[in-house]
Design a protein around this ligand. Structure first.
Ligand code: ASP
Length: 323
């Protein structure tokens, strides 16, 4: 009996200790450069989270590099007080298969705070690329074998995964050019230093709308509804049967972050995901905000587990590794 009372008291005092959370600025680490798709989601989310998180100040820390693994490692090692969070994408599930010596364990080193959204990708090209549609792109790729530059946001990035699958299905090897995020990769694509890239609609929609890049296809199994993207064929209907890549984002805290804090952030996240401004902004960029059970910590983790199981064999078959 006495033991139960003591345990209950300890739990109550732990909860009380975090009742005022957050008492200082909360940092969300984005594992890619500023101005890219993950950064955009994080900044919009920070805005939507501010109020439900007790008018918290939320700071974005862009720690790009190594396809998102540097930023994820930073959060895995950060103090687990709820003041350092991570907003990451599918790379949480693909990096374990891509890296021989990853510095974090996706399923062991984090508290899962909930999923945020799902984002399709688009296959785009530099503005001077002579191909104006997917069929012309295929001809151009065939004619330029050995000379094609494919940009990505580093090994482990979503753009890397998409490019990897595209090369594999086309059976054409391309020279991959890694960046610290989509923002610098996009700059070089706009400048014509690289030829093609596969990246999230959160960043490509504006460039496609403005006619600044060539757009060839979407990576999802169904066409998209966003006005700027509705005309684009899917890769599946263009001949790459079964091609279906969609990126998702989730929020994480270092393992051991107190349950009271995890619950508080999770509750705030659920409010943020229903914020009409956030939903509208995400929809305009082709993203779909998650509203199902995956906004719960346990379901978020189950989903990532399933994604690790899904992508591991695909990546291993593609035979690409980093140290
Ligand atoms: N879109 C990038 C990727 O390929 C990352 C980013 O800059 O958000 O993963």
């Amino acid at each position: 009996m006495k033991r139960f009372v003591l345990a209950a008291l300890a739990a109550a005092s732990a909860t009380a200790a975090f009742a005022e959370y957050p008492e200082k600025a909360v940092t969300i680490v984005v594992p890619f450069a500023a101005g890219g798709p993950t950064d955009k989601v994080a900044r919009d989310l920070a805005e939507a989270l501010r109020k439900p998180l007790g008018n918290a100040t939320i700071v974005i820390d862009n720690t790009g590099g190594a396809g998102g693994t540097l930023g994820a490692t930073k959060v895995a090692r950060a103090s687990n007080d709820g003041y350092t969070l991570l907003l990451h994408h599918i790379g949480m599930a693909t990096s374990p298969a891509l890296y021989r010596s990853l510095q974090f364990k996706t399923l062991e080193d984090f508290e899962y705070l909930g999923m945020v959204n799902e984002v399709p990708m688009t296959l785009i090209g530099k503005p001077t690329l002579p191909a104006n549609n997917y069929a012309e792109l295929v001809k151009w790729l065939e004619a330029n074998k050995g000379k094609i530059n494919l940009a990505n946001a580093g090994l482990g990035a979503a753009s890397h995964l998409c490019g990897l699958l595209f090369q594999q299905r086309m059976n054409i090897d391309m020279q991959t050019v890694p960046y610290k995020g989509t923002a610098p990769a996009m700059n070089d694509l706009l400048g014509g230093q690289v030829d093609i890239m596969c990246d999230q609609t959160t960043n490509t929609t504006g460039q496609i709308e403005a006619g600044k890049v060539k757009a060839y296809a979407v990576t999802t199994s169904k066409r998209l509804h966003t006005p700027a993207l509705a005309k684009l064929p899917t890769l599946d209907e263009s001949g790459l049967k079964g091609f279906d890549v969609s990126i998702w984002h989730g929020l994480y805290a270092p393992k051991g972050t107190p349950k009271a804090v995890v619950d508080k952030i999770n509750a705030a996240l659920k409010v943020a995901l229903k914020d009409p401004d956030f939903v509208k902004r995400q929809e305009a960029l082709g993203a779909v905000v998650v509203t199902d059970a995956r906004t719960n910590s346990a379901d978020h983790k189950k989903f990532v587990e399933a994604e690790i199981a899904k992508w591991g064999p695909v990546i291993k078959a593609a035979g690409q590794y980093a140290d």
